[in-house]
Structures are given as C-alpha cells and as structure tokens.
Design a protein around this ligand. Sequence first.
Ligand code: ADP
Ligand code: MG
Length: 701
Amino acid sequence: MNPNFLQTPIEFLKGVGPNRADLLKKELGIHTFQDLINLFPNRYLDRTRYYKIAELQKTNAEVQIIGKITHIKTVEQKRGKRLVATFTDETGTMELVWFRGQKWIRENLKLNEPYVIFGRANWFNDHFSMPHPEMELVKEHEKSLRSAMQPVYPSTEKLSTRGITNRVVNKLMQQLFSEAQNAFVESLSKPILDSLKLLPKNEALFNIHFPKNASLLARAQYRLKFEELFYIQLQLLRKNLIHKTKIKGYLFSEVGDYFNSFFKSYLPFNLTDAQKRVIKEIRKDVGSQAQMNRLLQGDVGSGKTVVAFMSMLIGLDNGYQACLMAPTEILSVQHYNSLFKWCNNLNISISLLTGSTSTSNRRKIHENLENGSLQVLIGTHALLEDKVKFNNLGIAIIDEQHRFGVAQRSKLWHKNERPPHILVMTATPIPRTLAMSVYGDLDISIIDELPPGRKSIKTVHRFDANRLKVFRFLKDEISKGRQVYIVYPLIQESEALDYKDLMDGYESIVREFPMPEYQVSIVHGKMKSADKDYEMNRFVKGETQIMVATTVIEVGVDVPNASVMVIESAERFGLSQLHQLRGRVGRGAEQSYCILMTGHKLSHDARTRLETMVRTNDGFEIAETDLKLRGPGDIMGTQQSGVLNLRIADIIKDGEILKIARSYAFQTLRDDPNLEKTENNPIKFTYAQLAKYRNIWNYIS
Ligand code: ADP
Ligand code: MG
C-alpha cells in the first residue's frame, strides 16, 4: 500500500462528496482515510438470527426478518403523511412505516423482491410495525462484507438527519477496506504479538469493523485496546526515562548525622514497613544522578509527614536546603509546629513563610535563605514568589498535590541552577490504573499501611430525624474528654444558602451545647485568617470541645483528641471528600466515630456513597468506587492527561489490559531503550509518528 494512502483526504473516498466530507469533518473529526478507519464502533448488534413474523414478541426488541413488500401506500394524518408498506413472509404480515424521506423510499423500494429488514418491532393497533427499518435486498445482503455482528458507529443528531446513517458509514467503511486491500502496517513487534497471541493489525482492524464472529471480535477489541494503552504507557515511561537520563539532580551521596541521629534518638515511634520501603525508594532516587520526581500516595493518617521529614534530612546531611509547601495556611502552620520540635532537637534552623508573615520577618527569611543559614523553609504558595531565593535548595516536598497545578510545581525548579528533588504527597488515593495513566511519567510510592494500634473508625449513617440521639452521643463523648467536628457542606453555586445553613446549624449547636459547660468554635472561609487561626488554635489546645466548620478543615489538621466527625448533609459530599473528612479523626488512641447525617430523600449514587463509607475505611477501595460513580472526568489531573480521549479502551473497565500494556511497555524500554532492535522496528516507526499527530490513533495505523 502506498504509505500516504491513509492520509488521503476523506473527500476522495468513493461515496463521499464535498457535503458529506464537510459533515464528517465537523461532526466526527474525520479528515482522512485513517480517521475513518479509526472510527471504532460503540457497540454491535447481533444479526446472526433471522426471525419469522409469527415469532415476534411484544418486547419491542430489534429483530431481523426476511420477506417481501407486497403493497405500499401513503396515509394522510392530521400531522403530515406517512408511508406504510405491507411486509410479509411465509408466517405472517406486518407493517413498515416511514415518516421521513418518503419520496425517495417510494421511488426506490422494489415490490415482491426478498429483502432483509432490521429494526424495532412495535406492537401497535393489534399488529406489528417497524418504523424506519434498515433494509437491503437479499441478493445485496449476501454479497456485502457486512457481518453477523453489526457495528453501531458513533453518530450525531446532525449526521443522521442529514442522511449519514449508520448504514452509510458502514458502506463507506466497506469502500475504504476494499481500496486499502487489507494492507495495514503492523504496529506491534512480533515478540509482543506472539507472547500475547494478539491478532495481527490487518485482522484486528477488519474484525473490529466487520466481525466474522463474536470470538474474533473480542480478540480484535483486545488487540486494539492493548495497542492504545501500550503506546500511551510507552510514551509516559519514555518521558520518565529521558527525564532520568537527561535531567541531572543533586547527588545526595551520603546519609549522615541528621538522618541517623533522628532515627536513633528522636523518632517517636517505629516506622511501619511501608514507611521504611518508601524511604528506601527515596534514598535510592536521591542517591542516583537523576532528579527525583516522585509521587507519594498514602491515605490520611498513614504517616507521610515523617517520611517527608526524613527525606529532607538526607538533603540537609549533604549540605542542601529543603522546603515543604502546603496548600493552606492552617496546614503549613501545623507542619511547621510538628517539624519545629524535631528540628530543634537536631539543631536545624527552620522558618515559616505564609501570606501573613510580617514584612520584617519576611525580609529576614529572604536574607537567611540566600546566605544559606536557613536550612528548612515551610510555607504556602508564598514560597513560590520571585523574591524567595534559596542558596541551594536540594529537595522540595509538596503536600496535598491536587491543590497545586503542574505549572506551580515547575516553578520550584527555576529557583536553582539544577532542579531540586521533588516529592509530591497526596492523601487522595487515586486508583492504581488511573494513576498509571495520569501520573505515568512520575515514579510512584505508596504507603498502604496505617501505623499500628489505630482503631478503625466506626462509621454510621443517621437520618436528620435522629438528631437528638446523635446529640446525646456527642455529649457522652465530650464528657469522656473527647472533641467533636461538625462539618457543613459549602458549594460555590449555593454559597449563600450554605452559609445560612452553617450559621443556623451553629446556633442550634450553641443552644444544645450551652456555655459554660461547652465551648464551641466555628471556622469558615469568610472569616479573617487571624480569626480562623484563633478559633483553630482554641480547638487544637482543647479549649473548645466542638468545631463547627465548612470544609476548610478538609486538609491536614491533626487533633488526636478529636474522636467524632459529624458530617451534615453528607449526601452532598463526594466520596473522596467524605473520606478526607473522616481522616481527621481516628488519630489518637481512642475509638473514633464518623456520623453521616442526611435527609430521607437520597439519590441512588448518594446511597452508594454512604454505603461505601459505612462499609470500608480503605482509601483505595473508596477511590475505585468513586471512579466508577463519577467516571474519570472529575478526578483531578485526568483532564490534562488525555485518558478521556481513549478511542477504544476504557480506563475503568480495562484496568487489567492497562497493567499488561504497562508491563510490556516497561520491558520493551528496559531491553531496548532507544528501540534499536530490528524486532522493535514497528514500534519505533509508530512511536516516531507520535510527535506528529495529537490523537494516539492517528499514528498507530
Ligand atoms: P498523613 O499521612 O495524613 O500526613 P501524618 O504524617 O500526619 O499522616 O501522621 C498521622 C499521625 O500518625 C501523626 O500523629 C504521626 O505522628 C503518627 N505516625 C506516623 N507514623 C507513625 C508510626 N509509624 N507509628 C505510630 N504513629 C505514627
Ligand atoms: Mg498530612
């Protein structure tokens, strides 16, 4: 085949004139022959079975029948005309009906010749009728490439009203395949094809459009899904590989006194195996010549902070500075406070820089950073300001990654002659398959184990009607010395109303839990940050027993004595948010509780979310359910990554294929990083096209 054949503009295909070409481009983005080949069907209709008219059931199902038209007439109605044909086989008679395109049909239908018809058979006025059947003369039907499993192509309203029906697309596809003569270039290597017993390219493309039978269709789908995911993974892994070989990082060649004496003398607990494993992974990264670019996933409370701190110590041991950036002021203060103690023990200089740092303090920090006397800087976005110049930043930790954009991450790079090692930490577990696609170019570490002795949080769902009982329970817990969070939703679209709910709720709590026996704090986004901090601090210190809040407490705060989390209007929160909120309790030795309050009316999805929360504490399981409920579209990072543009694979359903594809992509690059082996020629060729075309399928075939 002429290599440029597939790049032929679509208007040159027989059957496609300028009008149709225009529609295909606008509606489906089909510009070339290749685009058409890669228009994969959404589903298939089973046309292996032929029905007799006498067999039809009143189920309104799609059926295929062979028979003849014996009579045709136009029926006048109040609202326009319809064309009605009498269709018979040897067992009975039914009607075929058209509301549109009557003239053309009337002129072209042949009486008393056998047709295959296909469509929905409706039971109507004591007989079956089929509106707008697909039909074909039996002699044509037998000749055509059309197979038993009939593809249904993606379409749009405009396409079908302008006459580009599924059948037309099917015809065009036949035309294209007969011109192409089945000479598509193989895009996977022989070893991969053999090892997975994949269909060759030609057969896969043929069977995806004209499946000979269900089993070949399944194999064609598998091969094309694999291929799509393989090339995405190859791209991501290659990016990672290039990053590692091209971008030099600072070499932390030794683990020295800071790290060792912290580990020996000051570490207040034994590390979990997961924490040890992750620290080892980080040590390996920073001890190589490459710049670390690692994502650390770990459920809330899994102990990421100490891992971050020990990584910073390795940097300090090698004479570098370290920083830790968090998305909110509250969180950075909290980090600062916990690291401050440790740093003090170790004689390490540490400062906090946020939006509310005073000008004089700020100036001092800038100065000490530049002259290198300040070793550790904790803070918010304020760290990214141009005035903040490090003497030698060796490692940067970013907490709660989803709040920072990629652009911000890369800003940290330019504070130095070389990029610092970067460790991004997130408490929002991302399903593994999705992480492979969204963060496939990062290295990923996972803390999949909680520190020992944690009691798992008991979660219950209660209706608003039981509020009094819930209050009694809160009083019991408070009398035992515990503290309680009560959280209200705050959603931008309904902000005014939500604030009203929050304030109403606050008032009723204050009434129910009166002073001086009880002290209630409130924190929300409309407060000045000094007031917020004041209230937050009172709660942290145990001066107040109840914290009423909007989701500002969602990230990070650590109050081990708080053991009850009440979530109001829980049905309005997303799963990952609920899980994050629940993670605020269960940090101390006491049994903790999460109470999900809702009204009686619940949508199906809301019910599933609540049931999931009650059933499990496992962040990864919750993330999987979340992905199934919401689809990948709403999950952070998916937009940029293009996982939504998959043509044939499904990021949710095809997780297994994705894992296989990733491992094959990995092996391929491990054995032949530059794709120089002859056997990898097809991959090299295909990969080279990658840069040229945006859509992955434009270079695969
Ligand atoms: P997160 O991963 O949510 O940031 P933190 O780092 O804040 O979790 O840790 C949660 C709590 O668990 C902290 O109070 C911390 O001191 C404690 N912790 C961390 N690791 C361990 C461990 N290995 N053993 C016992 N407690 C630990
Ligand atoms: Mg944390």
